[in-house]
Design a protein around this ligand. Structure first.
Ligand SMILES: *Cc1c(COP(=O)(O)O)cnc(C)c1O
Length: 395
């Protein structure tokens, strides 16, 4: 059997073990410590933001962000429908109601038109949404300026879900830093990893210091354990932060490689008119291309579907996944209010993520390409032959 090719797997840079060893040598094996402080400083510098709280997960970061905004049971929170469930679950943790917004076809992220339609409709029904969670899916910046204009028109705070998008930029500015708060994820498969972890970021000092306080069990300043509010155990461990410090040293190399992989696939597949890409609409958008995502149009691919490509890959020990299934189609969320025109339904039906890890070799990529090219060429040849026969018969 050929070596397994993963969609995206952890890619260590080299310095991670040095920082983890430091934690052992100084016995800082705890959910805070010098690696956590240094990782937070490094993240702030890299993302050009003033304040950072390193946490146990991106999901924890979003949960705290909603708590900071005072989201309570019965409140409504707007969120992109085309995303991973972790963008929506923390809304439910608070007993609040997600209002799901469809994608637009350029970036595949939140549609500004549907967003405004939703806000007006929710207001007319008697409830103004309390927050907007804007997702930058697969690393692609959303239409940030249009979304921010609408959000400020109705004075609704924006939380950016940049879990997949650290290092992506909009007009030269890192995503995650446009809203009141933003967050990143360092899960094993993301652009950099701490094995598991996340960070909440903001230019507002109080929001971040208060988040750190809530993330460490909301322990008041007193010699004994004193608690005035509900707390959480959401802080990042000093061991994980050591891995993160090493990863920060190589993040730009990772992103360069992800972008190289995207360009390779795009070049190699350009001969097939039925394959299209999630790509930067113009020079304002700079994606980290965490995953290269394609749309497969069977009508122009000799009737080959995305599932046929996925299964052919599986046969060659290559991992491929359909795109995220939109939340309005998920059994757990399909009863929630949804505003859209079916854009993300279509993206999900025909979409496929290709192996995109920064540790893939050129040979790995060639293996992936061979599977797709063979499948499509064969199908297109067969179709061409059929048409030829029909034409001959007609004559
Ligand atoms: C990974 C991810 C999250 C959650 O991050 P965790 O660190 O895994 O909790 C949230 N939103 C999106 C879009 C993600 O891909």
């Amino acid at each position: 059997m050929n070596k397994k090719i993963w969609l995206a797997s952890p890619h260590m840079g080299g310095a991670e073990q040095k920082y983890v060893k430091e934690a052992f040598d100084t016995n800082w094996i705890a959910p805070l410590g010098p690696n956590v402080d240094a990782f937070e400083k490094g993240l702030a510098k890299y993302n050009q933001i003033d304040h950072v709280a390193a946490l146990s997960a991106g999901t924890a970061a979003l949960h705290l962000a909603l708590i900071m905004l005072g989201i309570e049971a019965g409140d409504e929170v707007i969120v992109s429908s085309f995303t991973f469930a972790a963008s929506v679950n923390p809304i439910a943790y608070q007993g609040a109601i997600p209002i799901l917004i469809d994608s637009e076809p350029n970036t595949w992220n939140m549609c500004p038109e549907q967003l405004e339609i939703a806000i007006l409709d929710r207001i007319s029904k008697g409830k103004k949404p309390k927050a907007i969670i804007l997702v930058h899916l697969y690393g692609m910046p959303a239409k940030i300026d249009q979304i921010m204009t609408i959000a400020s028109r109705y004075k609704i705070p924006v939380i950016e879900d940049a879990a997949e998008a650290m290092g992506s930029k909009f007009r030269g500015k890192p995503v995650g830093t446009f809203g009141l708060m933003g967050f990143y994820s360092f899960n094993g498969n993301k652009i950099i990893t701490t094995s598991g972890g996340g960070a909440l970021v903001s230019n507002d000092e109080w929001l971040i210091s208060r988040s750190r306080f809530l993330a460490t069990q909301a322990r008041e300043c007193a010699p004994h354990y004193e608690h005035e509010v509900i707390g959480y155990n959401y802080r990042m461990s000093n061991i994980c932060a050591g891995i993160g410090r090493g990863q920060l040293e190589v993040i730009d190399d990772h992103i360069n490689r992800h972008r190289e992989i995207f360009n390779y696939y795009k070049r190699e597949l350009s001969i097939f008119k039925g394959i299209t890409f999630q790509k930067e609409p113009n020079a304002d958008f700079h994606s980290n291309y965490w995953l290269t995502c394609i749309q497969v149009n069977p009508e122009k691919c000799g009737e080959v579907t995305r599932d046929q490509i996925r299964i052919a890959m599986e046969g060659e020990n290559i991992e491929c996944r359909p795109l995220w299934k939109p939340m309005h189609l998920q059994p757990v969320h399909c009863d929630k209010p949804y505003y859209g025109t079916g854009v993300s339904d279509h993206l999900f039906e025909n979409g496929l993520c290709l192996p995109s890890g920064s540790n893939l070799s050129d040979e790995d990529l060639d293996r992936v390409m061979d599977v797709i090219k063979n499948l499509l060429s064969k199908a297109l040849r067969k179709q061409a032959k059929k048409i030829e026969e029909l034409v001959t018969y007609d004559n």
